[in-house]
Design a protein around this ligand. Sequence first.
Ligand code: NA7
Length: 543
Amino acid sequence: QSIPVDLNVDALIVGAGFGGVYSLIQLRKLGLNAKIFEAGSDLGGVWYWNCYPGARVDSELPIYQLTMPELYKTWKYKEKYPGWQELREYFRYVDETLDLKKDVYFDSLVKEAVWDSGKEKWTVVTADGKQARARFFLLCTGVGSSYYIPEIKCLSSFKGVCHHTSRWPHEGVGLRGKRVGVIGTGATGVQVIQEAASVAGHLTVFQRTPNLALPMNQQPASPDLQQQMIDDLYPLLFKKRHQTFGGFTYDLVSDKTTFNVSPEERRHHYETIWAEGGFRFWIGNYADIFTDKAANDEASERGSGIDPWMKEKLAPMIPPHPFGMKRPSLEQRYYEVFNQSSNVTLVDVNETPIEEITPKGVKTKDGREYELDVLVLATGFDMVTGGITSINVKGTDGKPIATKWKEDGVHTYLGMTVATYPNMFIIYGPQGPTAFCNGPSCLELQGEWIVDCIKHMLKHGYTSIEADKVAENAWRQTVIDTTNKTLVPLAKSWYMGANIPGKKIEPLNFPGGVPSYRKLITDVVEKGYEGFVFAKNRDEMTD
Ligand code: NA7
């Protein structure tokens, strides 16, 4: 569509992934004129950018989708854990069903957003000069929109093909018969490694921290099963997900602890949740694995010990941090890659650190040079906050949010608003249940709260809402206190901002579970939006 230089809308949304699409649909229902600025060239958010070999979601159907009946009743995934192609099809389907793209400006990377206190509006500017003025500003930038490439000496000297996984060329990169190197063994690395191992001439994996990967238990989703779910189960399952710790359809066991059940019962539970697969061994386990180191050790050991073959392969790979306090990966044939493939080399970069990248490949400290045709950087993201801090967001005091958070630590109220940034809402971002919650479950919970809040403002003629600083400080303390009751601080992970050199180490997520988060945000509303200040502008809604 043609580019208006100066767009005037009710709401401007950043990002056309699940969060942005959800917001657009719901704000339209309120009768608001809402538009999205999206950096990519299509809908999908992370599923637009992440098209590396093996890219696949770790949440299982049916809950990895939006729950509006107009969408879920006629959509069927083909696999239990859909891959990126199917997720893109899903977004195409959502667009076709609800005609979304007419309200989305693609290739529009937002660089700046400034609040005008006089007009009570945000001015949002993109890298290519588009501008929008909006009453409401919604940051739906997700957790992984700001990719991270570590400083590795002479990286640009490599003459082969080199990409970060989230900037993988959409036309693909041929790996068949090639010498492929992968740096990173997080959720992304595991997926690329599995794919690359089956086609590469040789695969070299540069690993810093091993991660106990859980079995995915991937399965095709038969059309019959899907239909049955749609008819009978979906409404029930969608309701249940807001009653479970991780927003899934299964839950942590909280009426028993690891050691107050018999060893037989414990073993049976471990075996069951391990066999069922997915994140069950993590957030379907005894709840005290989050708080009690001995319980965590027990699960970590037994989890890898269920099958003697697994024990043998995993024993040396027990992670150097409490299990689940760094994001576990899901695997399909990951360990087989290392143990059964003759074309795979594992390089422990703790023993032999990467010295530099050469035109031919990767040189390690022991003087060895691994010659490569393709180098894959599965090195992660400036998780949770990066999408927000990469935008020059200025509120009532004119100070960029990145500067504030760097100086004082991340501050939000309820993980959805920030003091001194009126009418700005964050979905699926810092200090919400984000990292410990299925994406759509979390963003719909927050999205619903935000849309209700906007509805409340419209009903009462309020033109601005701002979080109170005292309430914001209290929320930060709640997040810190809740985190300190868990083992989360013991791991060097993106949950704590520890994956980015120089980033402040602090809890970036609320690890208290969806039900307790839901109660906290609902209580605020019931107490008349406690901790917020509403205002009515004299020149109401005029320019
Ligand atoms: P992650 O989970 O942050 O993984 C990044 C990987 O890259 C991890 O294994 C890192 O090792 C490794 N890494 C980072 N810097 C280096 C350097 N300098 N040298 C060697 N290895 C390095 O990112 P993912 O993309 O896998 O997953 C991100 C999230 O997306 C995931 O949790 C899901 O929620 C979806 P480290 O562990 O830091 O030692």
